[in-house]
Design a protein around this ligand. Structure first.
Ligand SMILES: [Zn+2]
Length: 336
């Protein structure tokens, strides 16, 4: 959704302006005593969380959910300059999620001020993860992290309690947790979640990812929304469910053509989708992702390429132009 449409979609409060003077929006659902903060769009090309928050607002407006006990504070897009460009970094090319020690950007300083002002019992930090992440060779469509608060990754009582709360929330959903992972808890002192934990402010990172034939991340969107509700109501009685989630791993390939004849070699060719926004135009193309012996890498989709042959060299990172059997790529688009 374009930012000007998002601006007009709801009666937002403006709590400040980005470095390029775009309004930073906020709303509060409910007026209960339990304060919760949620934000998305810290990386402008990660929009699943934005949709999750808009869905939450919509459900509340239509009286489909009861939030009586809560005051839910929402910033749908904390980095609007990146959102309008569909990029990670803000208008001055700073990654906000590496600025939570120095607080030099307007946006990171604004976010922390807003969180502290609202004294939340819990925060949700909504991001999207790259499609390379997998659990047990399947795409990780959602992963969670209760961040570390120091380099030793100590299990402090408050961190343990929050892990329990996440575990109890996941149990209460009563769905299989295949495809759900745990994000690495390596300590990043400049990331918002780690900073907040060190400040004693409990927060959960949601990373929404793709699943097979779901590059719009709809499955993650729905699951994430349900997990958010469950987390609001879950208690922190001991639970091992969070601990039992597999840690996500990198290396998942999207689409591999195996054993293609290429300059007198037999190679596997991996392609992946790249999404972009150019002005008001949105698009997607396939780029050459990897080339060589890829047998040890998990993949979402595989096509036997033994009967295929390529004469022109491919360039990693570039839109693919190649005839791979019945699939004809031209400048990254499938044309036949
Ligand atoms: Zn992110």
């Amino acid at each position: 959704m374009p930012y000007n449409e998002l601006l007009a979609a709801f009666n937002w409060e403006i709590i400040g302006y980005s470095s390029e003077e775009r309004p930073i929006l906020n709303t509060t659902l409910g007026s209960g005593s339990r304060s919760i903060c949620m934000w998305a769009g810290m990386h402008g090309n990660e929009t699943t969380g934005v949709f999750m928050l808009l869905s939450l607002i919509d459900l509340y407006a239509r009286k489909k959910i009861d939030l009586t006990a809560f005051s839910i504070h929402i910033i749908p897009v904390i980095n609007p300059d990146a959102y309008v460009r569909f990029t990670r970094r803000n208008g001055l090319s700073i990654d906000l999620n590496r600025d939570f020690r120095a607080f030099q950007t307007i946006e990171s300083a604004k976010l922390v001020g807003w969180i502290k002002m609202n004294s939340p019992e819990l925060c949700f930090n909504l991001h999207d993860q790259r499609s390379i992440f997998h659990v047990n060779d399947e795409p990780a469509y959602t992963s969670f992290l209760v961040p570390s608060s120091d380099e030793t990754r100590a299990l402090t009582p408050s961190r343990r309690a929050l892990m329990n709360r996440v575990g109890n929330a996941l149990s209460s959903l009563q769905v299989p947790l295949d495809g759900i992972g745990r994000y690495s808890d390596e300590f990043y002192p400049t990331a918002v979640g780690d900073y907040l934990m060190a400040q004693g402010i409990p927060n959960v990172l949601f990373e929404s990812g793709v699943s097979v034939d779901d590059f719009d991340r709809m499955k993650a969107r729905l699951f994430g929304l349900n997990a958010m509700f469950a987390l609001l109501h879950a208690d922190d009685e001991p639970s091992a469910v969070y601990d039992s989630l597999p840690q996500i791993k990198e290396g998942l390939l999207e689409w591999v053509f195996t054993g293609v004849l290429y300059a007198r070699m037999r190679v596997d060719i991996a392609v992946k989708r790249v999404y972009y926004v150019n002005g008001h135009a949105q698009g997607m193309y396939y780029m050459v992702d990897e080339l060589g012996d890829l047998a040890s890498r998990p993949r979402m989709k595989e096509t036997d390429g033994v009967a295929m042959a390529l004469s022109a060299p491919l360039i990693i990172g570039q839109p693919i132009t190649a005839v791979l059997g019945s699939v004809v790529f031209e400048n990254g688009l499938i044309v036949g």
